[in-house]
Design a protein around this ligand. Structure first.
Ligand SMILES: Cc1ncc(COP(=O)(O)O)c(C=O)c1O
Length: 411
C-alpha cells in the first residue's frame, strides 16, 4: 500500500495551516474609517494613512524615510530613477529572483547585468559582482531571498570601492536585520512589496526606505507625477502616478501593528524547523549567517538533493509536500530559463550597446540553474505561524517523502 499522500496514502497533516493574508475586525474598521471619511485616493501625496504607515514602517526598519507606492516592482524603478540611473547605465542583479528585479533597470532604461548566486545562500555572489563592474556600472541590486540575506558587507564594500549605488530588493525581508541594521536601510534604497503573499500586505503596495532626505523627496515626486515636494528649492521631476490609495494604506497600518508579534513567532518556529529539517537525509539546510541579527522571513528556503530523493527534483517534491498538507513552492526559475523574463520584448536589446548579454540562450548560471530547476523548495510562511506541532509535521512530511521517494512520480 502506498505511503505517500501523492500516491494515495494518508497525508501527514489534515488540518489546514493558518490563512494568509490574515484579516479581522481591525482591518474592517480601518477600511470603514477611510470609506466613511471620504478621503480614498493617494492625492495629495502622501495621504494621511499612507503617511502614518510610511513613518511607522520606517521607524520599525530603522530608516529616516518611507515612501509608499503602488507595488514592489515600481519601487525599484523609482529608486533607480531617483538615483539618476537610465540610458546606457548598467545595474548588476542576481540570476535567481522574481522578474520584477530585472524589469526595474529595463524600465528605467538601464541594462541589467545578471550574475550567479552563491551556493550557500542563493543570493548574489559578491565575487561575480566585482568581476561584472565596468565603467558603465551605476548600481547593484542585491535580493534578500526567502529567509536569507545577501552578503551586505561585501556588497557595500564593492559599492564604495567603485562609487556605485545599492538598491536592496527586500520584497521577502520585512523585519530582517543585518548586523543590527534593518534590511533596506543599508544601501541607498530598500524596496519592499506589500503584495498578498508578502508578510506585510494590503493585497498590493510597495515601499521604498531611504536615509537620504534628497532621495526621499525625489522618490515622492517621481510617484506623484513629478510634483515638487516640501522644498522651495525643488523643481519638477519627470514622474508618473504610482501613488497607493488610502484603503490599502489603512490596511497596512493594521498590518504594521500586528507585525512584531508575527515576526517573533516566525523566527522562533523557523529556528525549530531549521534544526529538525537539518536531520532529514537528502535535505540541505543552508548555513545560518550570524550577521542576520533579527530573523524575519517570507518563506523558508531549503535545498533537496535529488540523489537523496531517488533522483526526483524540486517540482515533484513540492507537489508531494502539498499532498501531505504542507504548502511548498519551487521558487524562481533561473534568469537563463525563466518564463516571466522575456527581455527581447522590452526592445532594449536593439537600443543599448552590449544588450546581447540579455539573450537567455547566451546565459549560464550554474548555481541558480541547479537551485531553480532541481533543488529549491520554499516552505510556505503559514507553517511558521502555526505551532511546534505544525513545524514537526512539515518536517515529518519531508522525511516521509524522502523515505518513500520511490513512490513519487517521475520528475
Ligand atoms: C524578490 C521580489 N522582488 C520584487 C517583487 C515585486 O513585488 P510586487 O509584486 O509588489 O510588484 C516580488 C514579489 O512578487 C519579489 O518576490
Amino acid at each position: 500500500m502506498a505511503q505517500l499522500a501523492i500516491a494515495g496514502g494518508d497525508p501527514v497533516r489534515t488540518r489546514p495551516y493558518p490563512d494568509w493574508p490574515h484579516g479581522d475586525d481591525e482591518d474592517v474598521a480601518a477600511v470603514e474609517e477611510v470609506v466613511r471619511g471620504g478621503r480614498w485616493g493617494g492625492f495629495p501625496e502622501p495621504g494621511p494613512k499612507a503617511a502614518a504607515f510610511e513613518e511607522a514602517f520606517a521607524v520599525y526598519q530603522g530608516a529616516r524615510h518611507g515612501i509608499l507606492m503602488a507595488n514592489g516592482t515600481v519601487t525599484m524603478e523609482v529608486a533607480l530613477k531617483a538615483l539618476g540611473i537610465g540610458w546606457g547605465d548598467e545595474v548588476i542583479i542576481p540570476a535567481l529572483t522574481f522578474a520584477a528585479t530585472v524589469y526595474a533597470p529595463i524600465a528605467a532604461g538601464a541594462l541589467p547585468v545578471i550574475v550567479d548566486v552563491t551556493p550557500d545562500t542563493w543570493t548574489i555572489d559578491p565575487d561575480l559582482v566585482e568581476a561584472a563592474v565596468t565603467p558603465r556600472t551605476r548600481a547593484i541590486m542585491p535580493v534578500h531571498l526567502g529567509h536569507q540575506m545577501a552578503d551586505m558587507d561585501r556588497v557595500m564594500e564593492i559599492a564604495r570601492a567603485h562609487g556605485l549605488a545599492v538598491v536592496e530588493d527586500c520584497a521577502h525581508a520585512h523585519g530582517q536585520r543585518w548586523n543590527g541594521t534593518g534590511a533596506g536601510c543599508i544601501g541607498d534604497f530598500g524596496s519592499f512589496s506589500h503584495q498578498s503573499s508578502k508578510i506585510m500586505t494590503a493585497g498590493e503596495g510597495g515601499s521604498l526606505l531611504t536615509n537620504d532626505d534628497r532621495l526621499a523627496r525625489l522618490a515622492h515626486s517621481i510617484i506623484d507625477c513629478g510634483r515638487p515636494k516640501d522644498d522651495a528649492e525643488m523643481e519638477y521631476t519627470f514622474g508618473a502616478n504610482y501613488r497607493l490609495g488610502e484603503l490599502p494604506a489603512a490596511l497596512l497600518t493594521v498590518a504594521m501593528r500586528r507585525f512584531p508579534a508575527q515576526q517573533e513567532q516566525r523566527a522562533e518556529l523557523g529556528a525549530s524547523f531549521e534544526e529538525l529539517a537539518a536531520g532529514v537525509p537528502g535535505v540541505r539546510v543552508m548555513p545560518h549567517d550570524p550577521r542576520i541579527t533579527r530573523w524575519s522571513f517570507y518563506r523558508y528556503v531549503l535545498a533537496i538533493e535529488p540523489d537523496g530523493f531517488a533522483g526526483r527534483t524540486n517540482g515533484v517534491i513540492c507537489d508531494a509536500l502539498e499532498a501531505e498538507g504542507v504548502g511548498a513552492w519551487t521558487g524562481y526559475e533561473p534568469m537563463s530559463n525563466y518564463d516571466l523574463f522575456q527581455p527581447s520584448l522590452s526592445r532594449l536589446p536593439v537600443a543599448v550597446e552590449h544588450a546581447d548579454r540579455l539573450d537567455p540562450a547566451m546565459m549560464s548560471f550554474p548555481v541558480a540553474e541547479a537551485a531553480g530547476l532541481r533543488e529549491s523548495v520554499y516552505i510556505d510562511e503559514n507553517v511558521f505561524r502555526s505551532d511546534h506541532r505544525g513545524v514537526e509535521q512539515a518536517v515529518e512530511a519531508l522525511a516521509k517523502i524522502q523515505r518513500h521517494a520511490d513512490e513519487l512520480p517521475a520528475g
